[in-house]
Design a protein around this ligand. Structure first.
Ligand SMILES: NC(=O)c1ccc[n+]([C@@H]2O[C@H](COP(=O)([O-])OP(=O)(O)OC[C@H]3O[C@@H](n4cnc5c(N)ncnc54)[C@H](O)[C@@H]3O)[C@@H](O)[C@H]2O)c1
Length: 259
């Protein structure tokens, strides 16, 4: 499965799952554009990836909730590489709050990044692909929380449910152009937020008890799914969301956890 020379934009790529995606695309030969609000971290990671994987990797800062930023990201990408083949709309944020206490401002902020940002990223990428006649691929980052909810993560679970439907509607509209759109719904993946949660024994047991594979996922394992979805190996797959979740969504009860 190779993506040699495929120009790939990844949002939220300074760390975590986005960075894991950037590494996997680079490992499969793609030219990668790492984008994030954390410009300096993105610069460093792009330079490291270029050296480590021997591919072209550049960094372009962008806040995905802002139209002008997203336009700039894709314009600069096309100016630099001449085309666009793949977009991974990964950037996401989380803000705690239930129906009784979540502020409208926090609701707007989460939806602005996680849903509006995925819409803007996909729309801008798709327009370029259609314009250039590229039969490209778009991958949207959802979550298992698109399917199962957490009461005090109202905005987050709502945004991720929206991403799954957005993915279907995008896929249907872009099918006639040969552009495929799919989603990924990760379970618990070892990024910075989860690392701190896993230091708490009760929280660790709670997470592992609903994870049949009995371990937390690695960001690169999500990158592998993204590479597959963007590759020719997924040539007849569009409108789907795949859940790399260690078996979580298939589990009715809980599994035993070692102390
Ligand atoms: N880690 C998990 O267990 C998990 C599970 C399911 C889904 N996800 C999803 O995966 C994606 C990545 O999450 P992560 O765990 O790597 O989180 P993370 O916080 O480690 O990384 C998110 C990245 O997005 C960037 N970002 C935030 N707001 C942005 C904006 N407005 N514009 C551009 N970049 C922005 C951050 O700077 C950061 O680099 C998110 O969409 C998240 O919802 C994560």
């Amino acid at each position: 499965m190779r993506l040699d020379g495929k120009v790939t934009v990844i949002t939220g790529a300074a760390q975590g799952i986005g960075l894991g995606c950037a590494e996997e695309f680079a490992a499969h030969g793609a030219k990668v554009v790492l984008s994030d609000v954390l410009a300096e971290k993105c610069d460093e990671e792009a330079a490291r990836i270029a050296g480590e994987f021997g591919v072209e990797a550049i960094s372009i800062p962008c806040d995905v909730s802002k139209e002008a930023d997203v336009d700039g990201l894709f314009q600069k990408t096309v100016d630099h590489f001449g085309t666009l083949d793949i977009a991974v709309a990964n950037a996401g944020v989380i803000k705690a709050g239930s129906i009784l206490d979540l502020s409208p401002e926090d609701f707007d902020q989460v939806l602005g990044v996680n849903l509006r940002g995925v819409f803007l990223t996909g729309q801008t990428a798709a327009k370029i692909m259609v314009d250039k006649g590229v039969k490209g691929a778009i991958v949207n980052m959802a979550s298992t929380n698109a399917v199962v909810a957490i009461p005090n993560q109202l905005a987050y679970v709502t945004s991720k449910g929206g991403v799954v439907q957005l993915t279907k509607a995008m896929a249907l509209a872009l099918a006639e152009h040969g552009i495929r759109v799919n989603g990924i719904g990760p379970g618990s993946i070892m990024t910075d937020v989860l690392k701190s949660v896993m230091n708490d024994d009760a929280a660790r047991k709670m997470i592992l008890s609903r994870t049949p594979l009995r371990r937390i996922g690695d960001p690169r394992e999500i990158g592998q799914v993204a590479v597959f979805l963007a590759s020719e190996y997924a040539s007849y797959l569009t409108g789907q969301t795949i859940y790399p979740d260690g078996g979580r969504l298939s589990l009715n009860y809980v599994v035993p956890v070692d102390d």
